[in-house]
Design a protein around this ligand. Structure first.
Ligand SMILES: [Zn+2]
Length: 344
């Protein structure tokens, strides 16, 4: 979600928008319990972990690394297992693995709540130029597409379709999410959506260009996607709205319609057909849409880094429109290499 804010320009880069995450998640109690257990080690993982710690203490770092790797393969969401694997890798001379592990620790924790994540970030900043950030959503869950259930994500960038006017650009409450979830499941509703009259076809082209900014992730095999024209079949559906009602002037809004059945979620992105996007041009609109696709792929938080696509405040310079950064990439890679709390 983007919320517009005006600030005087100090450096010549205009502050055009501030973004505030407004993903709405409906998580049933069962996955929450499951999530808690995913974050602790299984008995088997603990055995490898203890073995690794003994090897680490004996300065047998390569052996320790192998043991911690086994622990992480079983319990990828364990902070301790990832952190120790990172430290063993560092001492064994494997810098890339060290950074990858520390990144995972940062990605799966709210920094302010986690001493281990703070330490991991300090390590990363000391040994690399990366500055990864948390990817948990507002319910503190790590959510992403289940690539087993969705070998090819179906993405529909609609030609101007919109939610019924009373729901356009609105932060939906829990009852509305339930209602829409039910409506979307039937298929009839999605196929009966009507075209927003303020939509222009170049805006869909901007959304396509925004999506293409994520093609590196497909090339790396994090997920695959294909276009569909059928909004009912879409896993990610892009709709349009001339206004946002969640407060302030916004550019985009991403809602997740969850279910307690893995692999059956649906993400709805609503993009602006007017206002800032139109006045600031295509590059700006693409940046905004790319940010929303970041949410749609599982980046559930905002980055504190001003140059990241997931920043809460987009600094836009028409001569140098920034795009997806190495930080954004590192975070998304980590997300797709960790077991999610709630797979979509
Ligand atoms: Zn956002």
């Amino acid at each position: 979600m983007f919320r517009f804010s005006r600030r005087s320009s100090i450096t010549g880069i205009a502050v055009l928008a501030a973004a505030v995450l407004n993903q709405i998640f409906l998580i049933e109690p069962k996955p929450v319990r499951a999530a808690a257990s995913k974050r602790s080690m299984t008995v088997e993982a603990r055995r490898f972990f203890d073995q690794g710690k003994a090897q680490f203490a004996a300065k047998q770092y390569k052996e320790a690394q192998a043991s911690f790797e086994k622990a992480c393969r079983i319990s990828s969401r364990s902070d301790s297992a990832q952190y120790y694997l990172g430290m063993a890798a560092l001492y064994a001379g494997n810098n890339k693995l060290f950074i990858d592990c520390m990144t995972k620790v940062v990605v799966m924790n709210k920094l302010k709540n986690s001493i281990i994540a703070k330490n991991a970030l300090v390590n990363i900043l000391k040994y690399s130029r990366l500055h990864p950030y948390c990817a948990l959503n507002s319910q503190e869950q790590l959510c992403r597409w289940d690539t087993q259930r969705h070998p090819v994500l179906q993405i529909c960038i609609s030609q101007g379709l919109a939610l019924p006017p009373e729901y356009q650009g609105k932060s939906l409450n829990i009852n509305e999410i339930r209602e829409f979830r039910r409506l979307f499941q039937t298929g009839t509703f999605a196929r009966a959506l009507v075209r927003e009259p303020t939509f222009k076809s170049y805006q869909a082209q901007n959304a396509v260009s925004a999506l293409r900014k994520w093609d590196w992730a497909a090339r790396e095999g994090l997920f695959r996607y294909a276009f569909t024209n059928d909004p009912a079949k879409a896993d990610i559906l892009v709709l349009w709205t001339p206004r946002f009602r969640a407060g302030g002037e916004m550019e985009g809004l991403t809602n997740y319609f969850g279910t307690n059945k893995p692999g059956q979620g649906k993400v709805i992105i609503q993009l602006n057909t007017g206002g800032l996007s139109e006045s600031k041009g295509n590059a700006y609109a693409q940046l905004m849409a790319a940010h929303e696709f970041g949410h749609a792929f599982g980046l559930g938080s905002h980055s504190p880094g001003a140059d990241d696509i997931m920043t809460a405040k987009i600094y836009y310079d028409s001569n140098n429109a920034h795009s997806i950064s190495e930080n954004d990439k590192a975070v998304l890679r980590a997300v797709y290499n960790l077991e999610p709390d709630n797979p979509w």
